[in-house]
Design a binder for this molecule. Structure first.
Ligand code: NAP
Length: 100
């Protein structure tokens, strides 16, 4: 049985998210590597696995309710709960902010 803590990182296939995944993985966390693109997620997960990190790809676009609901179900079914959620995939507003 896998008793390691479970960490989900959104936007985990590159940049800060991937590095966070690598560092948590080295600490012994099981990494659920959220990625909006399945192939990019699989590639990044394979790179972590090659470093002896326990990582699973999880298709997750934070703007797409279907992928969010699928991820929630998979987490419920396979892990019961998350120990850590790192919502690294940011949201950027294009254009000017309303006057304060
Ligand atoms: N780098 C900095 O200096 C800096 C400074 C302050 C804050 N931040 C914040 O830190 C976070 C990561 O930055 P970064 O430099 O590592 O960015 P990055 O290299 O551009 O990586 C962003 C990640 O988020 C993913 N992503 C984008 N939209 C998404 C969506 N709708 N659903 C799921 N994933 C999505 C990207 O996926 P794709 O590969 O598919 O595009 C990629 O994996 C961002 O929230 C950024 O705003 C960064």
């Amino acid at each position: 049985m896998n008793t390691s803590k479970i960490a989900l990182i959104t936007g985990g296939n590159k940049g800060i998210g991937l590095e966070t995944a690598r560092q948590l993985g080295k600490l012994g966390f099981t990494i659920l590597l959220g990625s909006r693109d399945e192939a990019r997620g699989q590639e990044a997960t394979a790179a972590l696995t090659a470093q002896n990190i326990h990582a699973k790809a999880m298709t997750l676009d934070i703007t797409d309710l279907d992928t969010i609901q699928s991820a929630v179900k998979r987490i419920d079914d396979q892990y019961g709960a998350l120990d850590v959620l790192i919502n690294n995939a940011g949201v950027c507003f294009v254009g000017s902010l309303p006057p304060s």
